[in-house]
Every structure is written in C-alpha cells, then in structure tokens.
Design a protein around this ligand. Sequence first.
Ligand SMILES: *[C@@H]1O[C@H](CO)[C@@H](O)[C@H](O)[C@H]1NC(C)=O
Ligand SMILES: *[C@@H]1O[C@H](CO)[C@@H](O)[C@H](O)[C@H]1NC(C)=O
Ligand SMILES: *[C@@H]1O[C@H](CO)[C@@H](O)[C@H](O)[C@H]1NC(C)=O
Ligand SMILES: *[C@@H]1O[C@H](CO)[C@@H](O)[C@H](O)[C@H]1NC(C)=O
Ligand SMILES: *[C@@H]1O[C@H](CO)[C@@H](O)[C@H](O)[C@H]1NC(C)=O
Ligand SMILES: *[C@@H]1O[C@H](CO)[C@@H](O)[C@H](O)[C@H]1NC(C)=O
Ligand SMILES: *[C@@H]1O[C@H](CO)[C@@H](O)[C@H](O)[C@H]1NC(C)=O
Ligand SMILES: *[C@@H]1O[C@H](CO)[C@@H](O)[C@H](O)[C@H]1NC(C)=O
Ligand SMILES: *[C@@H]1O[C@H](CO)[C@@H](O)[C@H](O)[C@H]1NC(C)=O
Ligand SMILES: *[C@@H]1O[C@H](CO)[C@@H](O)[C@H](O)[C@H]1NC(C)=O
Ligand SMILES: *[C@@H]1O[C@H](CO)[C@@H](O)[C@H](O)[C@H]1NC(C)=O
Ligand SMILES: *[C@@H]1O[C@H](CO)[C@@H](O)[C@H](O)[C@H]1NC(C)=O
Length: 803
Amino acid sequence: MASASFRLSLFISMFSVCVLAQNDGSLAVGSTLTAKEASSSWLSPSGDFAFGFLHLQENDRFLLSIWYDKIPDKTVAWYVDSPSNPVPRGSSVVLDAQTGLVLRDPGGVTLWRTDGFSGAVNHGFMNDTGNFILKDINYTWIWESFGFASDTILPLQELVYGSVLNSRQSESNFTRGRFYLRFLDDGNLVLRTNSLPSSGNDTEYYNSHTSDPKNSSDPVYRVIFNSTGSLYMLKKSNQTIQLSPLSVRSASEYYYRAKLDFDGVFTYYSHPRNFTGNSTWTVLWAVPEDICSDLDGVPGGGACGSNSICSLVDRKPVCECPKGYTLLDPYDKYGSCMPNFNQSCGEVEKLSAEDLYDTWVASDLYWPKSDYEEISPSTETGCRKACLEDCLCAVAISRNNSCWKKKLPLSNGRIATNLSSKVFLKYSKIDVAPQNPCLGGPKSKDRETLVLVESVFLGSSLFLNILFIGAACFGFQVIYQKRKSNFHLHNEAVETNLRIFSYKELAKATNHFEEELGRGSFGIVYKGETNVSLTNKINVAVKMLDRVARDAEKEFLAEVNSIGQTNHKHLVRLLGACYENQHRLLVYEYMPNGTLASLLFGDTIPSWKLRTQIATGIARGLVYLHEECSSPMIHCDIKPQNILLDDYYNARISDFGLAKLLQINQSRTLTNIRGTRGYVAPEWFRNTQITSKVDVYSFGVLLLEIICCRRHVEDVEVGEGGNSILTDWVWDCFQEGRLDALVENDFEVLEDRKKLQKFVMIGIWCIQEDPSLRPTMRKVSHMLEGIVEVVVPPCPSHFFSTI
Ligand SMILES: *[C@@H]1O[C@H](CO)[C@@H](O)[C@H](O)[C@H]1NC(C)=O
Ligand SMILES: *[C@@H]1O[C@H](CO)[C@@H](O)[C@H](O)[C@H]1NC(C)=O
Ligand SMILES: *[C@@H]1O[C@H](CO)[C@@H](O)[C@H](O)[C@H]1NC(C)=O
Ligand SMILES: *[C@@H]1O[C@H](CO)[C@@H](O)[C@H](O)[C@H]1NC(C)=O
Ligand SMILES: *[C@@H]1O[C@H](CO)[C@@H](O)[C@H](O)[C@H]1NC(C)=O
Ligand SMILES: *[C@@H]1O[C@H](CO)[C@@H](O)[C@H](O)[C@H]1NC(C)=O
Ligand SMILES: *[C@@H]1O[C@H](CO)[C@@H](O)[C@H](O)[C@H]1NC(C)=O
Ligand SMILES: *[C@@H]1O[C@H](CO)[C@@H](O)[C@H](O)[C@H]1NC(C)=O
Ligand SMILES: *[C@@H]1O[C@H](CO)[C@@H](O)[C@H](O)[C@H]1NC(C)=O
Ligand SMILES: *[C@@H]1O[C@H](CO)[C@@H](O)[C@H](O)[C@H]1NC(C)=O
Ligand SMILES: *[C@@H]1O[C@H](CO)[C@@H](O)[C@H](O)[C@H]1NC(C)=O
Ligand SMILES: *[C@@H]1O[C@H](CO)[C@@H](O)[C@H](O)[C@H]1NC(C)=O
C-alpha cells in the first residue's frame, strides 16, 4: 500500500555503491548531481538512505528527494515540496557555499534552493537517520531536511509549534494534496483539509485534544519521534502522551516512519531492516479512527468525492461509486461520481414517473447530509414512491417509519451496518443516450433477481472487486481446468509438440527483435523466421510478454501447454515458448493478412461473403475454446484486434489463454477495460459471476461491427444524428425497420436482406444485458449457419451505457 509505484533502475544502486566506496557520505562544496538514471544520488554511510534524483518512470521526471535505498520500492521519506519538483531530465542540484543546495533546470534556471539559514556551507552530509545536513566550517548544523518536513517524519525528527506536513496528490504524484497535519501552538495536533476554492474554511477531521486550557503552566510543546521509534507528545513537565503503540519492535531491526498519506490518514509504519524478498510496510497506528465518518466536510470535501461511498479497509478509505454512477475522472478513484443518467425535472410530461424512473434497493448505505425533506410516518413503499415522483430526489432512505429524501450532490456517503435502513437509489430507465428507445424495457423475472443480487452485494461487500477481469478469468479457467484435465509436467511439451526455444534463438530468429508486428494487451509482437522442423524455415510471430506474474517455470509451462493443446482451424496456433530468466516469449504461426480491425476499418470494405465467413469462423473458434478443447477457457478479450487473418483470409482467434497465464493485476485490468471499451460485457462492472457469456457479448458487438464495417464507438463528428454508439444505433434501426441505414451503399448486403436481418438479430441476442438471455456460442454458431431459427430479440435494455 505504501510502496511507491515506481522503481529505480539498477544503475543508481550500482553507482551509489561506488560513491560509498569513495567517501563517508561527507559532500564537499561544489558536489553536483544530474537528473538521469545513473549517478544521481548521494548515499548515507550505511546505505540506508539516499539523497538525489529519484526517477519517476511514469512521466520520466526526477524527484529531488531522500529515499530508503535498501527497500526495493525506494520509499520516499522526504522531497522538495515545490511545484517545480519533480524536475525534467538533465536538471541538476549543486552544493553551493552561499546558497546551500540549488536546484536548476537543464537551462540553468533556479527552481528551488535551501533557505532559512545563515553562514557559509562547508560541506553536506547524508545522515543514516535520513536527515540531510548542511554544516559550516565548525561542523555546526546550519540547515537540515528534518526542519522542512514534506509528508513524512522519521525517528529523531520533532514537530514544534507550527510544524506542518502536507499530503501528496496520490502515492506517485508529489503535487501537494488536499490534507495537512499541523501542530498548533496550543498543543493540539490536528488534521485538516485545505478548503476547497468554493468554501471559506478548512475542515478539521482529527484533533488530538491534548491542550489543557485549565493548566497553561504545563502545555504540550513537542511531538517527538525518538530514536527507538516511539512517537509521543512531550509536555513541559516532561510528562508524555503516547501516540504510537508503546511496545514497538527494536529500531535496530525495523525502520519506522509516520506519514500523512495522500488519502488523509496519518499513518505510522514499520518495515524490517533485514528482509528477504518482497516485504512491505506494516501499518501499526493511524489517525483518524474512521476517516469516512470523521471527515464530514462540505459537499465533495469528504474522504471521497461527491456521490461516492466510502468504506474502511485497514484504516484506509476506499471509495466506490454507487450503482448507476461512474467516476467523473476515471483516473481519480477518490474523486466524484456522476449519475449515468439525466435527472430531468418536468421535461418529459407525457410520461409518468413510473415510466421514467425505477429504484435499486440497497441497505447499509448512509448519507448523513443532503436531506431536503423528511416524511414521517412513511412506509417503505411510500418512501420509494415519494422519491420516484419527486424529480429532485436522488436517493430515499427509509428507516424507523420515516423517510428521508436526498438530492444530488450526495456527500459523505459511507457504509453503516447498524442502521437497519432501506435505501432506494433512483435511476432513469431512459438510458444515457436520449435517443435510446429502450423505454420501459421488458420486466422479466431475471431482471428483478439481478437487481436483488446486486443490492445485497452493494450493501455488504461494497463491490470492491468490480474490475478484476483478469483475476476472474483466471479463476474460471482454473475451475474449468480442474474439471477437465490434469497435467503431467514432464512429458507435456512432447505431448503437444511445443518447442522450447532459448532466448538467443529467438533473438536471432527475429533479428534482435527488429520488426514489430503490433502491440497487444500483453506485449509486443515481432516478426521472425525460424526452422520449426529440421527442414523448412517458416515465418513466425514472437510475442514478448511484458509482464511475468507466474515466474515459476512449471506453472508457465503448464499454462503454455494448455494453450498448446488447442488445435483448431480458427485459432492461431502456438508453436513454442521461451522461459529463460525473466524472459517469457510465445512463438505463434505468422498470420500474413493482419488483423480483422485493419480489414474492417480500412479503406475498402471487404465483401459481404468474406465478412459472413469470418463471423462464422470466429463463432466456431469460440465454440471450440468454450466447450471442445481439452482445457476449455474464456477468452475475455474478443475484439477485432485479436482476430487475425491467415493466407486464405480465415479468421483466427489469437491471445486466448493469456489472461490466466499472466494473472493480470488490477491496474492492468483497468487499462485493458479502457482499451477494449465497448466489447466488455456489463457484468464485468458488477460483482456477478463471470461466465463464457462475456465472450458471447463481445462477439455480439464484433458481429455488429462486421455487419456495418464500423467501430463500435465512433468519433463524435461521425456520430452525428445519435448513432455514435453502434449497439444503440443498431437497435434503433432494427426497431424502426431501417436496416438499410446500417449498410448504406453496400449493395451486396442490401441484396441479401434476409441474412442481414438474421445477423443483426443474432447480434442483438448476443448483447443482451442479462447474460442468461444471451445464447451460448454453440447456439450462436448454429444460428449463423442457419441450423436453428432466429426469433426476434428483446431490447438489450442497458441500465447504463455500455461504452
Ligand atoms: C547524524 O545524526 C545523528 C542524530 O541526529 C547525530 O548524532 C550525528 O552527529 C549525525 N552525524 C553526522 C556526521 O552529522
Ligand atoms: C568557528 O569557530 C571559531 C572559534 O570558535 C569562531 O571564531 C568562528 O566565528 C566560528 N565560525 C562560524 C562560521 O561559526
Ligand atoms: C499531479 O496532480 C496534479 C493535480 O491534480 C496534476 O495537475 C498533475 O498533472 C499531476 N501530475 C502527474 C504527473 O500526474
Ligand atoms: C469561517 O469560519 C469563521 C469562524 O469560524 C466564520 O465566521 C465564517 O463564516 C466561516 N466562513 C465560511 C465561508 O464558512
Ligand atoms: C498543572 O500541571 C502540573 C505539572 O503536571 C501539576 O503539577 C499541577 O498540579 C497542574 N495544575 C493543575 C491546576 O492541574
Ligand atoms: C522512546 O520512547 C519510549 C516511550 O515513549 C521509551 O520507552 C524509550 O526508552 C525511548 N527511547 C529512547 C532512546 O529514549
Ligand atoms: C525535563 O527533562 C530535561 C532533560 O531530561 C531536564 O533538563 C528538565 O529539567 C526536565 N524538566 C522537568 C520539569 O523535569
Ligand atoms: C539478516 O538476516 C540473516 C538471516 O536471518 C542474518 O544471517 C544476517 O546477519 C542479517 N543481517 C543483518 C544486517 O542483520
Ligand atoms: C512475496 O509476495 C508473494 C505474493 O504477494 C507471496 O506469495 C510471497 O509469500 C511473498 N514472499 C515473501 C518472502 O514475503
Ligand atoms: C423510532 O421512532 C420513534 C418515534 O419517532 C422513536 O421514539 C424511536 O426512538 C425511534 N427508534 C430508533 C431506533 O431510532
Ligand atoms: C443530459 O441532458 C443534457 C441536456 O438535455 C444533455 O446535454 C446531456 O448530454 C445529457 N446527459 C446525459 C448523461 O444524458
Ligand atoms: C494475404 O496473404 C496472401 C498469402 O500470403 C498474400 O498473397 C496476400 O498479398 C495477402 N493480402 C494482403 C492484403 O496482405
């Protein structure tokens, strides 16, 4: 949790060792560091701490800071808290006799320098305590980084009256954040949020209440972090008020630090000094107790943004949008949520409230504010109805025969399990897009159960795991595989004729990874040439996996083996693999005719015949993956970029089995979803079971794209007239009997109207929001091939936009 999300290149530590060998940490005036990967830090004598430029890989900037150099994550303990830090590559810091440390950009412009000292600097020193010290000729300390805390304090550092710690924006963004800690001169330690621009005053969410107004002769006057790692407040009388736990472990064995985290929690951490492998910082103490309820600010000023719901995990706030709401800024998990629908007052007069709105039911959600009306007495049904009929109402809470109506923005939402209340979250049945015709869609039993399941889940576990696509795929494949097969590791490679390549061989085959064929979700694909059998050389595609979650060779082999066991006309064949040190590469058949994406969305439209063949081929390939192969699997990422075309323009599915192989983690999953927006089935966004029906959904979207030769989500200009989202537009046209509009100018298709109609209907069946309404791939395949009849599909009825 506390681990910073960046890593230093090896170079720094290697170089630093050299520095260490050369001096004892004492730095002469004139010493300079330059912001680049190598040679950019000064180590403390023990090597525990380093001062210098930490490379932030995300944006290739360098943070002038002090960090724990022996911890692989290079946890930052201090940084120059200035808007110009981090700095660009090529910036420098120099130790100057008159001005101390001076930070300059590559053009020589001064960005920051030490201030608050008098005298002349004789030398600098990176202390093993994590304190960077400037000393004069008499070895008197004239400046120390401990006097200018950023967000962290370390043992031997003290807070005096007026001392402040400022939080960062996020764990990896060092811009100043919303929270600060201040030691007030009345002896209280407080945590506050910077006032939002719109409001006047800062909100206080923690106060140590340690000042004693009745006894001003004995005030608290210091916050001490002593050398053995104990954090306490000290009174004039030498009495102490302990903050951190007393029985902390020995400071010679553990690092300690206390940090005002970016989420507003002041947290006391420890980390073993001598650790093996991937040890992390442990939280030993934190204030406030419960930031979700203690930070009770102005709308939007809580621990989470407006309309968001806060829950505590390990003393830390976790923010989630309620059902029907999504993040305003998808990258800011702690930001505000927006409803996915428009709440319009009095716009659509012809329709009754019941036609326009419905509610989801949840329990345990609590918004202490945003009430605008209380109805008492009121039954639950009465409460729900009152909210439905009131255009201002966003949420109604029914409890103890009373009803509270709340309007947007909802602030300080949180989980409260002891209130025994019923919460009605109002949503619009008219989808996001105003032109969506799914008015009052079918009210099936399934739908009701779905809502119920979701409500229960909303109330309890707070849908923390919404987006664990990879993990889910992984789980399901495991289940599938357990049922189906057992591997015998030793002879498996033989069984499947998979060839194990050495890294050297593949480097040679690809001419040192010269020609890039494409970049996928899992890594870069290079073109190569190798002799798979003794006699003939063939072209291959070599995929270099960019992450290696499963480093165990055995497991990697087992996964690769299950991929290698697949053999189908419509799947790309795996020929071999390489697992050497950190390298993981897969060698596939080379597909000369590119991806379906480039075929469909290129300049010339492929023939209707070819398109129907391709669609049928993909369906067959998926039937095989889902049901027929020896270790069935869910693909999880069906999209035109993952369908390749062989010499004969047969569709060949690629990238199957990789979700499991790589055990994708959460952040990767998020980007995956973003990248593949539109193909992702709605159940990914809920905590419901993930089944092979997710592939059916993606196939449905893909099928509609094949029919119309356009992308699911089109640029806004193209989408004029309300057809920017393909699935919505297709449903529109289907309902209004205007299928011609979908394939304008494509005379081949217009002459094959019956098939067009059938394919569109199959596509709509596949994109049903309710997975149980979607057919299996086998049935889809049969429908496409005309083996079974296709009946008129119901409205896909999106609750929220599927883009
Ligand atoms: C390092 O810090 C410790 C504790 O503040 C201090 O006693 C020691 O003198 C410092 N070392 C140097 C070389 O300044
Ligand atoms: C260093 O110490 C000497 C002798 O105690 C004193 O004369 C001089 O002013 C001191 N220099 C500084 C910069 O404090
Ligand atoms: C850090 O956050 C600030 C404020 O939100 C933003 O302006 C800035 O672009 C962010 N920096 C990075 C590197 O993301
Ligand atoms: C800020 O606090 C002061 C004193 O508590 C109060 O008088 C003032 O109205 C507050 N300002 C706002 C904008 O809330
Ligand atoms: C104030 O604190 C001092 C030191 O702890 C104590 O001796 C004295 O009795 C206290 N006075 C009152 C009025 O509590
Ligand atoms: C640090 O403080 C704790 C209690 O607050 C005390 O037990 C310990 O002896 C102190 N360590 C030192 C080196 O003063
Ligand atoms: C508090 O402790 C310091 C250092 O141990 C000592 O100099 C001072 O006299 C003590 N003060 C009181 C009131 O006991
Ligand atoms: C670290 O732990 C290992 C094994 O427990 C021990 O051999 C080694 O001496 C320890 N190193 C230090 C610096 O404590
Ligand atoms: C390293 O992390 C993995 C996964 O989180 C865990 O299974 C393993 O036990 C950890 N190793 C050590 C030495 O802590
Ligand atoms: C329920 O309401 C009644 C009357 O309004 C009140 O007396 C009672 O304390 C309330 N119970 C709870 C649990 O709030
Ligand atoms: C809400 O309505 C406004 C105006 O009627 C429109 O501009 C906006 O796009 C709508 N937003 C959504 C999410 O439908
Ligand atoms: C498709 O593949 C065949 C066989 O390799 C090749 O002759 C043809 O040029 C390819 N077509 C395109 C458009 O690349």
